[in-house]
Design a protein around this ligand. Structure first.
Ligand SMILES: [Zn+2]
Length: 95
């Protein structure tokens, strides 16, 4: 996103995320070391089916979208991803 094209406000959660982890709290903390913010200010990443199965698909059900591509964003995992995951703003923090 080109910041100079932004009209009005910047993203409220537009924090410098370099070198940080994103913690997703879904009753358990899932840590991501690779994540991206889209033009609508939502944070997203990718997950592989191994991580999804380990965490529990039920817990992630409403956040996942099929057809992810790239490398799984979960800390310590370098598998090819199978899903996109959209992070709810009220369930994430940067640590
Ligand atoms: Zn993974």
């Amino acid at each position: 996103m080109n910041q100079t094209d932004a009209v009005g406000m910047a993203c409220a959660s537009d924090v410098p995320a370099v070198g940080k982890w994103l913690h997703l709290d879904i009753g358990q903390i899932v840590a991501f070391d690779d994540f991206t913010q889209n033009d609508d200010c939502y944070w997203w990443s990718q997950m592989c089916s191994t991580c999804v199965d380990r965490i529990g698909k039920d817990a992630l059900e409403n956040l996942l979208d099929d057809c992810g591509s790239g490398i799984c964003g979960v800390v310590g995992c370098n598998n090819e991803s199978d899903y996109y995951i959209d992070f709810p703003d009220d369930k994430i923090k940067f640590v």
